[in-house]
Design a protein around this ligand. Structure first.
Ligand code: GAL
Length: 484
């Protein structure tokens, strides 16, 4: 039975793939959130250097993505060219330097006449542009949706426009990760997996936690039919939208909740922890958007929590589902406050694999939260019939082993050693694919207890914070050996 299930899941994976990329959600860094149009070769290359120097590359953050405003239009032969003030040596030169650092380069364009920033778009120029990027050594395309000549409004109109670029990228023969950015319009989550490796599923996330804004007019209740995705969306606005479409993502094809705002200063530490945790649990791409040159210890230790990244990069590629959500009376100044439980399957040594349990508390008060095994494993059998409920589960807290500030500062200042259990070197160890052993704190966090058969997980979760746990079946390794 198990073999059959594995075979079925491999088959689904293979069928869903078009270019073999983004088997797990892509990780990297993008210029837009902190630099907007004020980008340059120097910013891109110096950020790439910091990605290597501070160990982000080792953790899997590999794509360095140049967003809008890099171009100077077309030359006399119709080829896109880079702005020579911002990129005096051209994009091919940047690509070769980024490659020499062991990283990959991403670029941006738009499935319209002009980009959102008003630069030359690629609509009608897909082949020549794809060939140009391939010839420069580009590894990733973020493809936006502004100024699209009205070729939108139905899934077919939008999908066929984006498919032209899919074919053009494939025709180059160069593996180029295809990241669609049409903000969730025209129900992209329904058809996105046949076109691209990822698709933005909502408007732009601004550096704010739950403040409503009229420029992000689609709320969670109108989401599935809303036509103006907008921007200035809060983290919680996007979280409550993705909860409705989690199952659309999978290996090779991901719901993109937009870039991380961690470190950009608009939210408090625990709110950034919530962004990191839900983005990882929901299997969104993990693209940093902060000015790396202004890195501080708190930002580094969130972005470098490899116990959380191992959830994002888990080989099952199965996004966690939001099991329940309740509004709470302790609301903030925007009238917002809720608690939620997210659960999902992870790779693990036991018969049933490991299980993720994520509590979010966006109320202002600390509270004890709980989830019974029956709730945690609801999808394996409703109303208490799941076989997992009869097992005992070790509980690992994925934030309890967060790197301390002294270690983080030592990394930033380049004057200390990083304890081996502080983070996992994914690059040296073939990613996060191996089964983490329960002694690997960098992947498992800290063991905090055991749930008995039929029991309940209790967690003290601070106001505006998360409790993020990995459950592992007691005796899982032993059972496996017995079976052999
Ligand atoms: C938006 C997009 C942003 C950024 C911007 C550039 O449409 O969602 O992530 O790329 O355009 O102008």
């Amino acid at each position: 039975m198990r073999t059959l299930l594995i075979a079925a899941s491999i088959l689904t994976t293979v069928l869903a793939l078009r270019n073999g990329l983004a088997i797990t959600p892509q990780m990297g860094w993008n210029t837009w959130n902190s630099f907007g149009c004020a980008i340059s070769e120097d910013i891109v290359l110096s950020s790439a250097e910091l990605i290597v120097k501070w160990g982000f590359k080792d953790l899997g953050y590999e794509y360095v993505i140049i967003d809008d405003c890099w171009s100077a239009g077309r030359n006399s032969t119709g080829h896109l060219q880079a702005n020579s003030t911002k990129f005096p040596n051209g994009i091919a030169d940047v690509a070769s330097k980024v490659h020499a650092m062991g990283l990959k380069l991403g670029i941006y364009s738009d499935a319209g006449n002009f980009t959102c920033g008003g630069y030359e778009g690629s609509l009608g120029h897909e082949e020549i542009d794809a060939q140009t990027w391939a010839s420069w050594g580009v590894d990733y395309l973020k493809y936006d949706n502004c100024n699209n000549d009205g070729q939108m409004g139905t899934a077919q109109a939008t999908a066929s426009r984006y498919k032209v670029m899919q074919r053009a990228l494939n025709a180059t023969g160069r593996p180029i990760l295809y990241s669609m950015c049409n903000w969730g319009d025209d129900a992209v989550w329904v058809w996105g997996s046949t076109v691209a490796n990822s698709w933005r599923m909502a408007g732009d996330v601004f550096d704010m936690f739950d403040r409503p804004d009229p420029r992000c007019p689609c709320d969670e209740y109108t989401y599935l039919t809303c036509t103006e995705s907008g921007f200035y969306c809060s983290v919680m606005n996007v979280v409550n939208k993705v909860a409705q479409i989690i199952s659309k993502g999978g290996p090779g094809n991901w719901n993109d909740m937009d870039m991380l705002q961690i470190g950009n200063g608009g939210m408090q530490d625990s709110e950034y922890k919530i962004q990191m945790s839900v983005w990882a649990a929901a299997k969104s791409p993990m693209i940093m958007g902060n000015d790396l040159r202004k890195m501080d210890a708190n930002t580094l230790s969130i972005l470098q929590n490899t116990a959380v990244l191992s959830v994002s990069q888990d080989v099952k590629g199965s996004g966690a589902e939001r099991s329940w959500r309740y509004f709470v009376p302790d609301q903030d100044k925007y009238g917002q406050g809720e608690i939620a439980l997210w659960v999902g399957g992870l790779n693990g040594p036991g018969q049933y694999g490991d299980q993720l349990v994520l509590f979010t508390n966006t109320g202002t008060q600390d509270r004890r939260m709980n989830a019974s095994l029956a709730t945690i494993f609801f999808d394996s059998g409703p109303e208490g019939s799941a076989p997992q409920i009869k097992e005992s589960w070790e509980v690992y807290d994925l934030w309890a082993n967060r790197m301390d500030n002294a270690t983080a500062n030592a990394i930033i200042n380049g004057n200390g050693t990083v304890p081996s259990d502080a983070r996992w070197n994914a690059t040296a160890n073939g990613g996060y694919a191996g089964l983490p052993s329960s002694t690997e704190k960098a992947l498992m966090g800290t063991k905090v207890g055991t749930i008995q058969p039929g029991g309940t997980l209790w967690a003290d979760v601070k106001g505006r914070d998360v409790g993020m746990f990995r459950l592992r079946q007691v005796g899982a390794g032993k059972k496996k050996r017995d079976e052999l």
